[in-house]
Design a protein around this ligand. Structure first.
Ligand code: GLN
Length: 491
């Protein structure tokens, strides 16, 4: 199908910003066009849990008045959708779970609040793996999300609704969260751009916690330029999150033009060991060659403990999850089992009914590794290995400015394919989890197609090197058009 580049849904956030400001179209026209696109083209994808059309149209009227008065903020009139684990005042926040399927937060998450203050218009909340635990979006209580490149495939997870909606040109941008790869992996599998910032760069206030020492908010967009625009709004110190960083926020849009000449790119030998699809490897290497043509140099580095990142993560993340999930007890939030005979019965039945299988598996694993007698053998040991993994990255970043490699081992896989085999599912995050364990920023950009399916290139940098990652991604996108190719049925 021929791509209609004039259609509003085909434009990037930056293009829409120019159109709104020049008066080419109004925020109301844009909002109406996207709401229509979501209900028509979006129907088959199951990318949304909640739509907030009426409220969006009210906000669009306010945005149009602001634009007419010349009183614009960075995102005035621009559409955004939020992963359904960011709390939104007066709008459902379900986390893809039965236990929260009636939960309405009394306040906005910091990310939602900042985007709102910057003038963005929320169109809805996106589907996700339950409490962000998953890599395929199949753990959602609201059903799996479909990949617009092929509806029988998974869009990845856990931010699969956000990735699917952006890839299908339903919306130009969406928020996501990344605990072990949940922004970068779905971005890779849907041909979108996804950035997970440094731990502490974006406030976690109002973001429902999964594994607090790993969770970080970011965005999924159609270009690195759009990611830079949004990250500039989201990032910054927030006293309501004790792990939020006071590091000043640079001008990410200005940083996009930083030349690649002299940039030292680390190639991790362990990335190209067994497990990586041969076709993915070819595309990743071609992308690295493109960066070299711009004057970047490559250096071989080693992350010798990379193969321990998945097992380490699956001790640390469940441990933290088992503690975070204890607040869902049927007393204060969401679902409550009917007619309890006593308090224990209330807890047991609420949690048995409310949580899905994957969340239960994590709670049990987490409780086990934290229990007396096993703590030293599992949790403490995992914390030590986590340190080793961080040190490996630190040593690598003494030699290079950025590490470039694959985001995932394969392109998108079929829905149902890995759902009964948690270990195979967990291995999908082999290249992404290290950055979470070490708190580092990472971005995935589309770098080609294999059998008609997108493949992602991952760039990981030292702490607070988002500007370098965005510059590198942006300049790669100036030289290639992989990020501009829409899935055939959604062009
Ligand atoms: N797929 C990983 C998991 O299941 C990571 C999820 C995430 O980043 N939220 O835990």
């Amino acid at each position: 199908m021929k791509q209609d580049h004039d259609a509003l849904h085909m434009r990037t956030l930056s293009e829409l910003r120019r159109g709104l400001r020049s008066g080419e179209f109004s925020a109301t026209t844009l909002t109406e066009a996207l709401l229509e696109r979501i209900s028509n083209a979006g129907g088959a994808l199951n990318a949304f849990i909640t739509l907030t059309g009426e409220r969006a149209l009210d906000s669009a009227v306010i945005a149009d008045k602001a634009i007419a008065a010349g009183n614009t903020q960075p995102l005035t009139g621009l559409p955004i959708v939020h992963k359904d684990l960011f709390c939104t005042r007066d709008v459902l926040t379900t986390c893809g779970s039965h236990i929260l399927d009636t939960f309405v937060s009394p306040y906005d998450a910091a990310v939602v609040e900042r985007m709102g203050v910057a003038g963005a218009i929320m169109l809805g909340k996106t589907n996700m793996d339950e409490f962000a635990m998953g890599s395929s979006n199949e753990t959602s209580y609201f059903g799996a999300v479909r990949n617009p490149w092929d509806l029988s495939l998974s869009p990845g997870g856990s931010s699969g609704g956000s990735a699917s909606a952006v890839a299908a040109r339903l919306v130009p941008a969406a928020t996501g969260t990344d605990t072990g790869g949940s922004i970068r992996q779905p971005a890779a599998l849907t041909g979108t751009t996804g950035i997970k910032p440094t731990y502490g760069r974006v406030s976690r206030y109002g973001m429902v916690a999964f594994a607090s020492s790993l969770d970080q908010a970011g965005v999924i967009t159609r270009s690195a330029e759009d990611a830079a625009l949004l990250l500039g709004v989201m990032a910054g110190f927030d006293p309501r999150d004790s792990t939020s960083s006071e590091e000043p926020v640079p001008d990410y849009l200005a940083a996009l033009h930083k030349p690649l000449k002299g940039l030292r790119i680390g190639i991790v030998q362990e990335h190209f060991d067994e497990g990586l699809d041969a076709d993915n490897e070819i595309l990743v290497k071609a992308a690295i060659a493109t960066l070299e043509e711009q004057g970047a140099t490559t250096v071989e580095v080693s992350l010798p403990n990379l193969n321990l990142s998945v097992p380490t993560y699956y001790v640390v993340a469940p441990a933290e999850c088992s503690s975070n999930m204890s607040r869902f007890d049927g007393v204060r939030y969401g679902h409550r089992a009917g007619n309890p005979v006593d308090l224990m019965d209330l807890y047991c039945r609420t949690r048995s009914e409310g949580f899905g299988a994957e969340v239960k598996r994590r709670i049990m694993t987490g409780t086990y590794v934290l229990s007396a007698g096993y703590y030293d053998a599992y949790y403490l040991q995992a914390q030590k290995v986590r340190q080793l993994i961080s040190q490996d990255f630190k040593a690598a970043f003494e030699q290079v400015d950025v590490i470039v490699g694959p985001t995932t081992p394969t392109p998108a896989f079929a829905l149902g394919d890995k759902v009964d085999d948690p270990i195979t599912m967990y291995l999908n995050d082999i290249y992404t989890i290290g950055a979470n364990l070490a708190g580092l920023p990472g971005i995935s950009v589309p770098c080609g197609l294999v059998g008609g399916l997108p493949v992602g290139l991952q760039l990981v940098g030292p702490h607070f090197a988002e500007g370098t990652l965005l510059a590198c991604a942006h300049q790669y996108q100036q030289l290639t058009d992989w990020h501009e190719i829409a899935p055939g049925d959604f062009a």
